[in-house]
Write a protein that binds this ligand. Structure first.
Ligand SMILES: [Zn+2]
Length: 255
């Protein structure tokens, strides 16, 4: 669609958005994570959220009815990382599938003897390349409490990472960023984190980050928005890279 037509039709969507102030209040109250945003940021986040709800579809799995409140709580968290990047970052797919709670997914892996195994893993979210984002509502609802755990931000960070192919922890960077700097800082951080997590050291960062570089990026994105002081203390260089990538400074906001 021509860009001006999209902008025109989205103006209309914003003008016609029928979300009552009480509904917004309820959703913001469920997300203490957003407390540090100023009025201008809150308004822009609400606009993005309305457009997100317009562009995306919500589908309940296992008979779940995805209420307006659930949609707002998910969409507000999904839009926080792209507050300064724009909703176009989430183009190319439409469905958000919501399970009532964790869902099992069969994963196959090949062991050191070349034998294939199938394991059933309980997931709280998934992001498919050019496909849906899948979330578990009970986990998504627990995400907004600035404690470093946020499955919605996690899955949408994967979506940003997937914009240039694999979710390998190397999303498309802005023109004013340096790819070599990003790789150096993230590789060193990942190696260090894997080593420390193997030693049982507790940095207050989910050990799941040691699974793969893509998971390291997604988990550290959660930490960046929720407990930026922890990230700054352990990996200040990564904090700076994420600050430039997301064009936000949660550390300044949460002080
Ligand atoms: Zn992940």
């Amino acid at each position: 669609m021509f860009r001006f037509l999209r902008e025109w039709s989205e103006r209309r969507v914003l003008e016609r958005a029928e979300i009552a102030p009480a509904e917004w209040e309820q959703a913001f109250a469920a997300l203490p994570l957003l407390d540090g945003l100023d009025d201008d940021e809150c308004l822009r986040l609400m606009e993005l959220t309305v457009l997100f709800l317009h562009r995306k579809t919500f589908e309940g799995a296992r008979g779940l009815e995805v209420t307006r409140r659930m949609q707002l709580v998910i969409a507000l968290q999904a839009c926080l990382p792209i507050l300064e990047l724009g909703l176009d970052c989430y183009d190319g797919w439409t469905a958000v599938i919501v399970y009532p709670s964790g869902f099992a997914r069969a994963q196959t892996f090949v062991d050191e003897f070349g034998i294939e195994h199938e394991v059933h893993e309980e997931l709280s979210g998934e992001a498919w390349e050019r496909g849906p984002v899948v979330l578990a509502w009970d986990d998504a609802a627990r995400g907004g409490y600035d404690d470093g755990y946020n499955p919605v931000i996690h899955e949408f960070a994967h979506k940003l990472d997937l914009l240039n192919g694999d979710d390998n922890g190397f999303p498309p960077l802005h023109a004013d960023m340096d790819a070599a700097d990003w790789s150096r800082v993230f590789s060193a951080g990942y190696d260090d984190f894997c080593r420390r997590s193997e030693l049982g050291e507790d940095l207050g960062i989910d050990d799941y980050a040691a699974t793969a570089p893509g998971e390291f990026f997604a988990v550290l994105s959660e930490v960046f928005f929720e407990t930026p002081d922890l990230l700054q203390a352990s990996y200040p260089d990564i904090y700076q890279q994420l600050r430039r990538f997301y064009r936000q400074d949660p550390l300044a906001r949460l002080r």
